[in-house]
Ligand binder design. Structure first.
Ligand code: SF4
Ligand code: SF4
Ligand code: F3S
Length: 357
């Protein structure tokens, strides 16, 4: 006899849990706005979800710090992040599941068998490959083995966090474990990257919800990230941008410019070359984001962010050997005449300083 979770629709489950259809519609309205879908899409999404069975999700944690899981689960109220747990059947997650040891391993294998070809694998953490991947193991198997085994019959793989998406901090120089991204290993099926260290919870939940609702991948950028959340740079949408455009920059974290809320470019902000939704969706239920708290963006949703020079030096000075950064900084500068002129002036001044006897 099939188990209840195999036959029960999301609508039936929500009713059983006391969640109203109105709450589901509110959720899909928020989701539609996050995903830049027309408002009319919300009703159709609510109906589609109500009649869909929950998506089986197997969540694998490799070389990670649990920050990505914390990001998704540490919400402050009945929000999109909570609602996601009504849409999915989280059949395996080492941090969140009650069982452990052999029973946990059996749960992963059972979910794979029962939902062959249909389940989604979510991964946080990078994959160790050096010396056969022995530097990160679980239940006697390397992460590398578990990833290959689990992804083989998955419908799609979602890499959550910069570690899984691009290798992240474990991949940073000198990368002792040979850490790589999930997409370096899984090349025969779709891998969606939801980067960030950690990613914005709405971006994780919104991406999973999109897949559950429409049964297809969202539109992705050239790094495999959903364009709905990674289509613009932080700089494109930053509320401090008018100061950048006028050439008004904080030079230190405690100077007059910092107190006036001026642009943080000169104290190291990497917003011009960082694609993420922090400036619009923000964090902690839309309360704030790093730049609003007075600190420049570290570029945490981009590949190799840890190795791209000092977090506290301007892009124009500390990353001149990185062609990708130079291109991005130049593009951002080109968009604004005043700031470009300012950058050119700074470079000239620096060159003059460097040629002084
Ligand atoms: Fe932790 Fe950042 Fe890696 Fe997520 S991406 S596991 S928060 S180090
Ligand atoms: Fe905002 Fe940073 Fe761009 Fe300044 S450089 S406008 S602080 S994103
Ligand atoms: Fe990361 Fe920059 Fe957002 S450091 S959290 S991408 S503002």
């Amino acid at each position: 006899m099939p188990k209840m979770h195999e036959t029960e629709t999301i609508g039936e489950l929500l009713t059983r849990r006391g969640v109203s259809r109105r709450a589901l519609l509110k959720y899909t309205t928020y989701l539609a706005s996050l995903l830049a879908l027309p408002p009319m899409a919300a009703k159709g999404m609510a109906e589609a979800l109500a009649n869909t069975r929950r998506q089986s999700v197997i969540w694998l944690s490799f070389q990670e710090c649990t920050g990505c899981t914390e990001s998704l689960t540490r919400s402050f109220g009945p929000t999109i992040e909570d609602m996601i747990f009504n849409l999915i059947s989280l059949d395996y997650h080492e941090t969140l599941m009650a069982v452990s040891g052999a029973a946990a391993e059996a749960a992963r294998l059972a979910a794979m068998k029962e939902n062959k070809g249909k389940y989604v694998v979510v991964v946080d953490g990078s994959v160790s490959t050096r010396d056969g991947g022995v530097y990160s193991t679980n239940a006697g198997k390397t992460n590398l083995e578990v990833l290959k085994e689990t992804a083989a019959d998955a419908a799609a793989v979602i890499s959550v966090g910069t570690c899984a998406a691009f290798g992240g901090i474990p991949h940073a120089n000198p990368n002792p474990t040979g850490a790589v991204a999930v997409s370096d290993i899984i090349t025969d099926k779709p891998v969606i990257n939801v980067s960030g260290c950690p990613p914005i919870p709405e971006a994780i939940a919104g991406t999973v919800a999109y897949f559950v609702t429409f049964n297809k991948l969202p539109e992705l950028d050239d790094k495999g990230r959903p364009k709905a959340f990674f289509g613009d740079t932080i700089h494109d949408r930053c509320y401090r941008r008018p100061f950048y455009d006028k050439g008004q920059f904080a030079k230190q974290f405690d100077d007059e410019g910092a107190r006036k809320g001026w642009c943080l470019y000169e104290v190291g902000c990497k917003g011009p070359v960082t694609y993420n939704a922090c400036a619009t969706v923000k964090w902690n239920g839309g309360v704030s984001f790093p730049i609003q708290s007075g600190h420049g963006c570290l570029g945490c949703s981009e590949p190799n962010f840890w190795d791209r020079g000092s977090f506290y030096q301007p892009l124009s000075s500390n990353t001149l050997n990185d062609p990708e950064i130079i291109g991005g900084a130049a593009a951002a500068g080109a968009a604004v005449g005043i700031a470009s002129a300012w950058l050119a002036r700074r470079r000239k001044q620096r060159a003059e300083r460097e040629t002084l006897p």
